[in-house]
Write a protein of this length. Structure first.
Length: 110
């Protein structure tokens, strides 16, 4: 879900949605968090009501699409495709990494 949200964000996307998407992608791709751990982190951040930062949206947001991912049958092939998709989207937002790390440090996540 985070890869899809970040890949399809636009000027109407709420800052919390893109922030949570980038947090999830960072934690999965850079820290090896499982989907369950990412979800728990999202819930912990949501409990701390605040204003959420805005992030620049790159024009190119990854070379893999959701359609390509779901073309794989459920199982290890699709799991690998999801990881590759997440990585491709996260890499497109590489300039946001310092801000995401700062946000996570400020909230005691990393």
């Amino acid at each position: 879900m985070d890869a899809h949200a970040a890949q399809n964000a636009d000027g109407h996307t709420k800052p919390i949605k893109l922030t949570f998407a980038l947090v999830g992608l960072y934690l999965h791709c850079e820290r090896g968090f499982s989907g369950k751990l990412v979800q728990r982190t999202h819930m912990a951040l949501a409990r701390k009501r605040r204003s959420w930062p805005s992030f620049p949206m790159p024009e190119d947001r990854g070379y893999i699409t959701v359609a390509e991912v779901v073309a794989f049958p459920a199982g290890p092939g699709r799991d690998n495709a999801i990881h590759d998709w997440s990585r491709s989207v996260w890499e497109s937002y590489a300039d946001c990494r310092p801000a995401i790390e700062k946000l996570l440090r400020e909230n005691g996540i990393i």
